[in-house]
Write a protein that binds this ligand. Structure first.
Ligand code: NAD
Ligand code: 6OD
Length: 489
């Protein structure tokens, strides 16, 4: 199966314009959008900066006090639901665009990205109608209650790995809470955000409520959003070091910040676990989306007496994964997002070799792909805990596997990182599952599964993996301000 063979999937790449105050507009300069799977130019992207961000913020500020402020909760919920419906109607088109931009398999784009993007809107459309606040009676003296209102103009700075999923994970609660938005997609993946802007207009979002500015981060559109004095809050998903820069830039105007940052997540496998289930899920937690998921379990720790069997089965299963053209059926690993990222991931494989690591499979390009940024799924053993490949986020299809003897030892190793995003624990021992989960320093901990999501749960990282939580009421806490009213009786 190739994309051209499926009539519904005959989709043209889009040239990406900004969307400001309800209109698509251009800039003085553009940059090329490259397809990482073919290295071809997909189209152009307008390069926004201070000027475009300023116009977008002005539009968002004006819209905050317009029609958007007076519509009822029910109407707002209906608009969110319509956005979800329109995403669902265009699921194949959006999945093609996401796949062209990122290099990920089309089938993953449908299942992982676009279905979830629609669900983000359905979820917050429902959630919104059940949000309440607090009230307290203080003896016969006073009654206290709180009012929830929007934070204001929210800047959204996004990464490239799950472009529409993560953008809508921010936009849906932002709109649900009555805010207005200035979105900036990652420069490498601008297409689905552009279609989303169109969809918002079609769904009845008033002009100026949702704005989109394309561009780069440093000294560009991203920095302009974080520095803008009239942006009230910034929600950022991306690298930890970018989070540091954003925090500094946002300090002079004391913006409310939400950070979802990098991870180097442990996948801890005890010998009493079900090995077939472990292999099936570990293949996904290692290589799904080319390993470009912040929650991927890139540090695998296996109890000593299961180590050889695990390595043997895991290596065999990894070699079976189909790597190649994202639009071919059954492809599990596509291209990584860009040349720059390809070189970064490859450089870590070289570092692993220099550090004495043994490459059990992968370690280079698939021979059958002449062009495109493809990397075979790679398993490395024999590294020490000081290795850069064990300590630093690679964010590609590369995992390390290390044996352990004791529970205390693996907990210590799992926590020996400045990251604290996710972790997976494999065991059939109930007490151990709870005991280990309580000691792992991570915001999201799975036992005998991976990436099973319920959007009501708190999602976010500890340590340098983030600040704040997203999901259900947690998202509302970020996207709204509470004012307390005290009435003396
Ligand atoms: P990145 O930090 O390089 O870029 C993210 C966004 O920030 C882009 O839109 C970029 O243009 C912008 N940006 C860069 N520098 C900026 C600056 N100085 N000021 C303002 N904006 C700036 O991250 P990336 O490479 O796009 O994404 C990969 C990273 O994201 C990985 O570290 C991954 O773990 C992390 N991530 C985390 C989560 C999570 O939920 N915790 C989810 C997805 C990705
Ligand atoms: O599933 C989610 O809600 C979420 N925020 C996933 C993030 C994945 C990181 O790459």
């Amino acid at each position: 199966m190739h994309v051209e063979e499926i009539p519904k999937k005959k989709v043209e790449a889009v040239n990406c314009l900004h969307f400001i105050d309800g209109n698509f507009v251009s800039s003085d300069t553009t940059f090329n959008n490259i397809n990482p799977a073919t290295e071809d130019v997909l189209g152009t992207v307008e390069e926004g900066g201070k000027k475009e961000v300023d116009l977008a913020v002005q539009a968002a500020r004006k819209a905050l006090n317009g029609e958007w402020k007076t519509i009822t909760t029910r109407e707002r919920s209906n608009i969110l639901r319509r956005i979800g419906d329109l995403i669902t109607e265009r699921i194949e088109e959006l999945a093609v665009l996401e796949s062209l931009d990122t290099g990920k398999p089309y089938e993953i784009a449908i299942e992982m990205d676009i279905k979830r993007a629609a669900h983000n809107f359905y979820f917050f459309a429902d959630f919104l109608t059940s949000m309440g606040t607090e009230a307290y009676q203080q003896d016969q003296q006073a009654l206290h209650y709180s009012i929830r209102r929007p934070v204001g103009v929210v800047g959204m700075i996004n990464p490239w790995n799950l472009p529409l999923l993560l953008l809508t994970w921010k936009l849906a609660p932002c709109l649900a809470a009555g805010n207005t938005a200035v979105m900036k997609p990652a420069e490498w993946t601008p297409m689905t955000a552009t279609v989303l802007a169109k969809i918002c207009k079609e769904a009845g979002v008033p002009d100026g409520v949702v704005n989109l500015v394309h561009g780069f981060g440093v000294d560009s559109a991203g920095a302009a959003i974080t520095e803008h004095p009239d942006v009230d809050a910034v929600t950022f998903t991306g690298e930890t070091k970018t989070g540091t820069a954003i925090m500094k830039a946002a300090a002079p105007t004391l913006k409310k910040l939400s950070f979802e940052l990098g991870g180097k997540n442990p996948n801890i496998i005890f010998a009493d676990s079900d090995i077939d289930e472990v292999i099936e899920t570990t293949l996904k937690s290692s290589f799904m989306n080319q390993g470009e998921v912040c929650l991927c379990g890139s540090r695998i720790y296996v109890e000593e007496n299961l180590f050889d069997e695990f390595l043997d089965k895991f290596t065999k299963a990894t070699k079976q994964l189909k790597v190649g053209d994202p639009f071919e059926s059954g492809i599990k690993v596509g291209a990584v997002v860009s040349k720059e990222h390809y070189e970064k991931v490859m450089s870590y494989i070289e570092i692993a070799k220099e550090e004495g690591g043994e490459i059990l499979t992968g370690g280079g390009r698939p021979a059958h792909m002449e062009k495109g940024y493809y990397i075979n799924p790679t398993i490395i053993t024999g590294l020490t805990k000081e290795s850069r490949c064990i300590r630093e986020e690679i964010f590609g299809p590369v995992v390390t596997v290390v044996p352990f003897k004791k529970e205390e030892e693996v907990i210590q190793q799992a926590n020996d990182t400045h990251y604290g995003l996710g972790a997976t624990i494999w065991t059939n021992n109930l007490r151990r599952a709870h005991r280990v989960a309580q000691q792992i320093e991570a915001g999201i901990i799975w036992v005998n599964t991976w990436y099973l999501r319920d959007l009501r749960t708190p999602f976010g990282g500890m340590k340098q993996s983030g600040i704040g939580r997203e999901g259900g009421a947690h998202s509302f806490e970020f996207y709204s301000e509470l004012s307390n009213v005290t009435i003396k009786i």
